[in-house]
Design a protein around this ligand. Sequence first.
Ligand code: MF3
Ligand code: CO
Ligand code: CO
Length: 251
Amino acid sequence: MTVKTKEEIKQMERVCKLAAQTLYHTAKFVRPGITTDELDKITHDFTLSNGAVPSPLGYHGYPKSVCTSVNHVICHGVPGPEVLKEGDIINIDVTCFLDGFHGDTSATFFVGEVSERAKRVTEVARRAMEKGIEAITPFGTTGDIGFAIGKYVTKSGFYAVEEIGGHGIGRQFHEDPFVPSFGKKGRGDRLLPGGTITVEPMVNETAATLVEHAIPGSSVKWYTTSDKTLSAQFEHTVLITEAGPEILTGY
Ligand code: MF3
Ligand code: CO
Ligand code: CO
């Protein structure tokens, strides 16, 4: 992982704050009847009006400015003409690029009133992210994070996605290390003070496998649960300090 200077950390704080503001600005528009393309435009315009660039746009050919993952979409859902309806859950994943640095954050939102099971999978995903962040210590490891997430999700009766996870972040959108949602304490890569990573567990209702889908013109894939059951996710960008984790994308 790359260790940031004080000045670089200030820049990370700035872009991460903007990413959080962008996420909650876009989320205000979530309601039955809106399309994910409209949410994309809202994210795009807000980001530009704040002097930043949406990191997803053109990233390995990704065609949109945000990821919108509805119901059984695990992640990287591509905005389009899909109309949100009452009872849906939607993860909105915002990444901004400002002054040479990326800030990445996502949350799952309810469209109107949702089922008890939708509430439950969403709550477990949020708590899983928090558990993962709480497991961060200076000179700890990525395995500490994965262990905490995996243990909590399993205990809760849900399934953490193992194939995809968090990542280092900074001058690049995705940097080393991989931040898993499973693992063993003390294994994996070392967490260094001054490093910045994302913690972004994806939580599924069942043990269903993940199905990979192509995006035309892009090497990025989007993913769904094979049995169409729900998947929820939350993501923060976190700074590792001598004193422990510091959430940079808080709102
Ligand atoms: N924001 C996603 C993440 O959390 C990555 C999206 S890549 C894109 O890592 F190309 F789909 F935007
Ligand atoms: Co991320
Ligand atoms: Co993200």
